[in-house]
Write a protein that binds this ligand. Structure first.
Ligand code: PBG
Length: 332
């Protein structure tokens, strides 16, 4: 840091000069939030004419495929470039077979989005927890979440998404080696140009609670601490990210966002790959709940949160606030 003015005649600097008006503040803002930063997560379900509000996530909905064009219209109008799809399967089983079925709910939704608007970047969450009857993100062998056999199923899930037309596949399972397994399968099948956005530093977090209600994906025994990261660890996050980049990840992610801003900042300083942060369901629900009670100004708290995530170093913010924030940004 260079100090150009050691002491002023007054003996102190007038930091307030540049804070006097909205115009001045805008001019010197170091971080600018834009709808172009956002990825909007969406839950798709079987059936028709369904738009059911998710109780744990006010303002978010389970939608059926016939509603996809409406969502595509909203995203286009608001300037949000991308959607991240999660599916609620018709039935669950031990291997999560709807996850990789050609006519699975996510595969149908990908086709519907690309038909509604080919310019929308369709990202798919690659994981098994919504599709398995045990609710874990991989396959169970001898009572344990088994790494090796899970890789096969995850790679086939990613492939089925790419075949349906997904623009990006995003593995969130936290098995070791899944980025390499997915890259190899995609390449073998001719999908060399399908990028991978890896949930690289995904912590075993209490902030996923509302999502697990929404996706009906809570584990039926045990928890996810055997594969998701332990909250005290930040250096380990850098090792996870490094490994994912080496395995072929095009975009890396830190998740959750707000309790891990230090990890986002360190990842930004250490790596030059595009960096995403997932502002998760619990972060969303806290602001919504306090806002509903009048305990917090929802609009200001939301924009402040998203700005903080970007300021920490995220290029891409996955957030349920995307539509509201885009509307508020357009008004400001
Ligand atoms: C699937 C998955 C989860 C989330 C995204 N992908 C849940 C989990 O790991 O339990 C959480 C998203 C959120 O809370 O908004 N593995």
């Amino acid at each position: 840091m260079t100090i150009t003015q050691l002491t002023t005649r007054e003996g102190f600097a007038r930091h307030r000069r540049l804070r006097q008006s909205a115009g001045l503040r805008r001019l010197v803002a170091e971080t600018r939030l834009s709808p172009a930063d956002f990825v909007y997560p969406l839950f798709v379900t079987h059936g028709t004419n369904i738009r059911a509000e998710i109780p744990s996530m006010p303002g978010q909905y389970h939608i059926s495929i016939d509603q996809v064009h409406r969502e595509a219209d909203d995203l286009r109008a608001l300037g949000i470039p991308a959607v991240l799809l999660f599916g609620l399967p018709a039935s669950k089983d031990a291997t999560g077979s709807e996850a990789y079925a050609d006519d699975g709910i996510v595969q149908q939704a990908v086709r519907a989005f690309k038909a509604a608007d080919p310019d929308i970047v369709v990202v798919t969450d690659v994981c098994l927890c919504e599709y398995t009857d045990h609710g874990h993100c991989g396959l169970i062998v001898d009572g344990e979440v088994d790494n090796g056999s899970s890789l096969d199923v995850l790679a086939h899930t990613a492939l089925s998404h790419a075949r349906a037309g997904a623009d990006i596949v995003a593995p969130s399972d936290m098995m070791d080696g899944r980025v390499a397994a997915i890259r190899e399968t995609l390449d073998d099948e001719g999908y060399v140009n399908t990028p991978i956005m890896a949930y690289s530093a995904k912590y075993a977090s209490a902030f996923y609670g509302p999502f697990r209600v929404a996706a009906d994906s809570a584990p039926q025994f045990g928890d996810r601490r055997g594969y998701q990261m332990d909250p005290p660890n930040a250096r380990e996050a850098l090792r996870e990210i490094e490994a994912d980049i080496a395995e072929g990840a095009d975009i890396v992610m830190v998740k959750p966002a707000l309790p891990y801003l230090d990890v986002i900042a360190r990842a930004r300083a250490e790596f030059d790959a595009p960096l995403a942060a997932y502002n998760v369901s619990g972060e969303y629900a806290m602001i919504k709940a306090a806002g509903e009670r009048g305990w917090i100004d929802e609009q200001r708290a939301t924009l402040e949160t998203l700005t903080a995530i970007k300021r920490a170093g995220a290029d891409i913010i996955v957030t349920y606030h995307a539509k509201d924030a885009a509307r508020w940004l357009a008004q400001s």
